[in-house]
Write a protein of this length. Structure first.
Length: 506
């Protein structure tokens, strides 16, 4: 039906038939059409004119599709511009996030190294203190009756505990700074994740290069089809109007046509669509006739009318099919615009999130700089405390080494004392021999000349030989000069430890 041509407007008779010439060629072969049939054709034609609502709807759809095309172009352009800008900004944000991450990783790595160094230093100090704790002072060094004591009992451990407390405080401050920095990084990650989720939640074009390309949109093709359907439907409606005019003209040139039309319009069966014929023809004056036509013209008119009447229902159905197709395509157009609108809204939401991230970005960067400055400051404090801790360890090690040196010194002094005593014993023996010889000589002298020498000539002539003794000087305390007795194994152990230290130092 869409391809059926119509008689030019200048012709007095319009036709839905494929060819007017064919109608003319067969006009003589058809009998005259009854009045009842003409009235039926008129009423059916009048009912078919209600298809004007279908055509109006088609025009609304075409207008809506054109507006949808304009909106889709605008939405696509805005969305593409925003997405491109957001993508560039996200790249910048990720680079900034990488910089913040590097600060965090460097701080974590440095902190772990410092903690390992502290653990090693504390372990060495604990080992040294354990050695002091396990090294018992020889009882010969201490007063009689005193409880056994270790070397550690003679030093103040409070300094070590104070230093450890200071280190714990520095570590606690560092962990608090890390926790605060962690919160900042997590907030940064949440912002980036929200931005990514918002961008991903809205469907994207098939390819970035087609984001502004009409080829990626079904609207232009659908719009072309819709406009073509609308034109076809207008043409079909015009054919129906021409057919109706032809029916009216046939009734007017048929005797009793007016009365038959009134009767048929008023006696429609129940449930049938009512048909109003008011205004269609002048039914008040049935005697009024139009310009008479020849029998040949009337027969030709009836022949065309009869053929077109058989196509009226098909034309109405075709109009409905066109409209149904247009409705489907219009729905697809609206769905596409709705998806574009959803993408646009999602992209707009992402842009608002991006604005918030940008406003907070300076805070994230400042947090990373604050963490780095705090850590550098704390690290210097820890290094100073670590140096002091190491100094304490060296002091304790030297203290332990000094105790061994004390043992060796006592042993050396004891050896010196033994040498002195040995010399003194030998000297005493020699002195005793000299004394005995001297006493013998004196006795012989007294016997030989004693009877002859006057006593008062030399009063000491008969005195015995003097006795000589060795001892400490009178100004020295004998108790302070006494040396403790050390067992041989104690001395040998001290010698071995001292030898090991010298070998280690080399």
């Amino acid at each position: 039906m869409a391809s059926s041509p119509t008689i030019p407007a200048s012709h007095s008779q319009a036709s839905l038939s494929p060819s007017n010439s064919q109608s003319q060629s067969h006009s003589m072969s058809h009998p005259d059409v009854s009045l009842q049939t003409l009235v039926s054709h008129l009423l059916a034609s009048k009912r078919s004119l209600s298809s004007i609502n279908t055509v109006w709807r088609a025009n609304e759809i075409a207008t809506s599709a054109r507006a949808a095309l304009e909106e889709s172009v605008m939405l696509s352009a805005q969305t593409g511009f925003l997405r491109k800008g957001i993508s560039e900004q996200v790249k910048i944000l990720r680079r900034a996030r990488g910089g913040v991450e590097n600060v965090y990783k460097d701080g974590q790595k440095d902190f772990k190294n410092v903690i390992r160094t502290l653990d090693a230093a504390n372990s060495r100090l604990e080992t040294t203190m354990d050695i002091l704790r396990s090294t018992m002072v020889e009882a010969s060094f201490r007063p009689a009756g005193e409880e056994p004591r270790s070397l550690l009992d003679f030093v103040d451990e409070q300094g070590v505990e104070t230093m450890r407390d200071a280190l714990k405080e520095s570590i606690r401050e560092t962990r608090e700074a890390q926790t605060e920095f962690d919160s900042s990084i997590l907030s940064f990650d949440d912002d980036l994740r929200a931005l990514k989720t918002t961008m991903a939640s809205s469907p994207q074009p098939t390819t970035p290069s087609q984001s502004h390309d009409n080829l990626s949109s079904p609207i232009p093709d659908h719009l072309q089809t819709l406009e073509s359907h609308a034109q076809e439907m207008a043409s079909l409606l015009e054919s129906l109007v021409s057919h109706f005019d032809l029916c009216v003209n046939a009734i007017r040139h048929t005797e009793g046509g007016y009365a038959a039309v009134r009767k048929a319009a008023s006696s429609q069966p129940p449930g049938a669509e009512p048909v109003s014929v008011s205004g269609v023809m002048n039914t008040e004056n049935e005697s009024t006739h139009d310009e008479p036509i020849s029998e040949e013209e009337r027969r030709e008119m009836l022949d065309v009318l009869q053929k077109d009447a058989s196509q009226v229902e098909d034309v109405v159905m075709e109009l409905r099919e066109f409209l149904a197709d247009m409705e489907a395509k219009h729905e697809a157009v609206l769905e596409h615009v709705s998806s574009l609108r959803a993408v646009h809204n999602g992209t707009t939401n992402a842009y608002h999130i991006l604005e918030g991230v940008g406003a907070r970005l300076s805070g994230y960067i400042i947090a990373s700089q604050d963490f780095r400055l705090k850590w550098e400051e704390t690290k210097l404090q820890i290094q100073d405390q670590l140096s002091e801790l190491e100094s304490m360890r060296l002091f304790y090690e030297n203290y332990h080494a000094s105790y061994d040196s004390l043992i060796l010194e006592i042993h050396r002094r004891k050896q010196c004392e033994e040498k002195v005593k040995s010399i003194m014993r030998k000297a005493t023996e020699q002195i005793d021999k000299v004394y005995q010889a001297d006493m013998g000589e004196r006795e012989g002298f007294r016997i030989d000349v004693g009877d002859y020498l006057p006593v008062d000539l030399f009063p000491g002539v008969n005195t015995p030989a003097p006795k000589w003794e060795f001892g400490l000087k009178a100004d020295q305390d004998p108790a302070m000069g006494s040396l403790p007795e050390l067992e041989r194994v104690v001395v040998e152990a001290a010698v071995k430890r001292e030898r090991d230290r010298r070998r280690f130092d080399r």
